[in-house]
Design a protein around this ligand. Structure first.
Ligand SMILES: Nc1ncnc2c1ncn2[C@@H]1O[C@H](COP(=O)(O)OP(=O)(O)OP(=O)(O)O)[C@@H](O)[C@H]1O
Ligand SMILES: [Mg+2]
Length: 241
């Protein structure tokens, strides 16, 4: 607001960015998800990984980016209903074919082939620039560290070619060493957790790593999910208390 941009921000504002449409997340990310970036969203069950991913899908579709979603949790129908109930309707874009949804049954993910299925799927739709995998958890327990790193490096190559890829997983699916190595391959790392504040539970999103974002805005936000409204930002003080 009237402030002169830093060199970092200047350079960044010239990059193309996918806004999520959720002001607070965009701010923490330094404007949104940079096109060509590889992101890891990681957290415990129920912490809001899918809601945050859906917010990103909604933002992308509304700024005319086509999306591929690999999901272990939803069918097209249930996802449409779920997003509708978060105030994030994507029915028009579904009908226009701007989002491709691939449902993978978790029980069918328990081997290395899952990684090639995902990578081949991405390559088959070159004009679909944003790719979200929600979640990788079922495959992670059935593959070696090297296979996991290879997969992330293959994703990174696709990102260098202009794709924007977001991998979602439960924190428990990684051991510490794998997480450190994956994190170094990724451009952005979002961590979600649930915290108790008084007698209430709030969801906390921490932007643990992001390329070029303005550090002065802080990297933690807390929110709740409300039927019909979606993500509702909670004051940080309460989340920290
Ligand atoms: N459509 C909705 N309406 C109201 N609340 C919702 C809705 N969708 C999700 N929530 C709430 O948000 C919480 C987080 O949901 P979300 O599915 O994003 O978690 P997650 O981290 O993806 O969990 P999981 O590990 O099970 O995949 C849910 O527990 C639920 O309370
Ligand atoms: Mg989920």
């Amino acid at each position: 607001m009237g402030r002169v941009l830093t060199a970092d921000e200047e350079e960044r504002s010239q990059d193309e960015i996918i806004c999520t449409g959720q002001g607070e997340i965009d701010k923490k990310l330094g404007g949104g998800i940079p096109v060509g970036s590889l992101t890891l969203i990681e957290g415990q069950s129920d912490a809001g990984k899918s809601v945050v991913s859906q917010q990103m899908i909604w933002g992308a579709l509304n700024t005319r980016h086509k999306v591929i979603l690999f999901t272990t949790e939803n069918t097209v129908k249930s996802m449409n209903t779920q997003m509708e109930s978060l105030g994030l309707s994507i029915l028009d874009q579904l009908l226009l074919g701007w989002i491709k949804v691939f449902t993978i049954e978790p029980s069918k993910m328990k081997n290395i082939n899952t990684f090639s299925t995902i990578l081949t799927g991405i390559l088959s739709y070159p004009s679909y620039r944003l790719v979200i995998i929600d979640s990788l958890t079922p495959v992670l327990g059935h593959t070696s560290i090297d296979q996991i790193i290879d997969y992330f490096e293959a994703c990174k190559k696709l990102c260098d070619g202009g794709r924007t890829i977001i991998n979602v997983a439960h924190t428990y699916a990684f051991d510490e060493q794998v997480l450190i190595r994956i994190r170094s391959v990724c451009d952005a790392h979002l961590r979600l957790r649930i915290e108790e504040v008084g007698d209430k539970l709030v969801k906390v999103l921490e932007v643990a790593k992001v390329r070029g974002a303005d550090k002065s805005t802080g990297n933690i936000m807390s929110f709740d999910v409300e039927p019909g409204l979606g993500m509702r930002i909670m004051p940080l003080g309460r989340a920290k208390a």
